[in-house]
Design a protein around this ligand. Structure first.
Ligand code: MN
Length: 233
């Protein structure tokens, strides 16, 4: 066994329904602008914009039931509920009709966003990274293994804050379907087992404050619950 100058960080991983083994996470890819009603609420035109990709750091994953401190460097911290796809099979330039064969499972995730700095970055033509890629910005549920035949193409996707519905949509509203997301992403990156994809959010994104209890659900898949707490410095 090789030595390190200090203990290496733990490998990020997610629990898997019905299994004692965990899913080791390699990368987290995210789709931007994949639901028309969310593009409109962000001031965009869904007929003129196509979805695109960005990443979050692997160590930004937090699991179901976590308490998440209100993050640094924002005064507009927002929720985006999304379908999570976990990749189980390597591939580049994947064919659309084979895309779902690369899926290990699905889950529920929240793409936590520092909206104020994201919008400022967009205005000034800078990368979105500062608004999207920060500590504890990727809460994810357990993964539910699915075959390509079982893959959820429809179903209600919802987010509630303190028992009030904030986001409500259906997976059918995705501009790029899950198969298209995998196909498109694989033209840009070789997908590997362990990759996660957050597939975009429906309308209703909004601010979170300390004390908020957030419940994200996708019909037929499961749920994810987090609590926002006061930051500790
Ligand atoms: Mn998002």
């Amino acid at each position: 066994m090789s030595d390190f100058v200090f203990s290496p960080p733990p490998l990020a991983s997610l629990s898997v329904r019905g299994s004692r083994a965990r899913f080791p996470v390699r990368r987290i890819y995210c789709v931007g602008r994949n639901y028309s009603d969310h593009i409109r609420e962000m001031g965009g035109d869904p007929d003129r914009e196509i979805p695109f990709f960005f990443q979050k750091p692997t160590d930004s994953i937090v699991e179901n039931g976590s308490r998440i401190p209100y993050p640094l460097f924002t005064s507009d911290f927002q929720h985006e509920v999304e379908l999570l796809i976990a990749i189980g099979k390597e591939g580049a330039d994947i064919r659309l009709d084979e895309a779902l064969d690369h899926v290990f499972g699905v889950g529920v995730c929240i793409d936590l966003t520092r909206r104020d700095v994201q919008v400022e970055a967009r205005k000034t033509g800078r990368p979105w990274e500062i608004g999207k890629s920060f500590d504890e910005s990727a809460p994810c549920s357990e993964l539910v293994p699915v075959t390509s035949a079982e893959f959820p193409e429809s179903g209600a996707i919802e987010l509630r804050v303190n028992d009030q519905t904030r986001q409500h949509g259906d997976l059918r509203q995705m501009i790029w379907s899950s198969a298209e997301v995998i196909q498109q992403l694989s033209t840009q990156y070789r997908l590997m087992p362990g990759d996660l994809i957050m597939t975009g959010t429906p309308a209703g994104v909004g601010p979170l404050t300390p004390g908020d209890r957030v419940l994200a659900t996708i019909e037929g898949i499961g749920s994810l619950e987090i609590e926002i707490v006061q930051e500790e410095r």
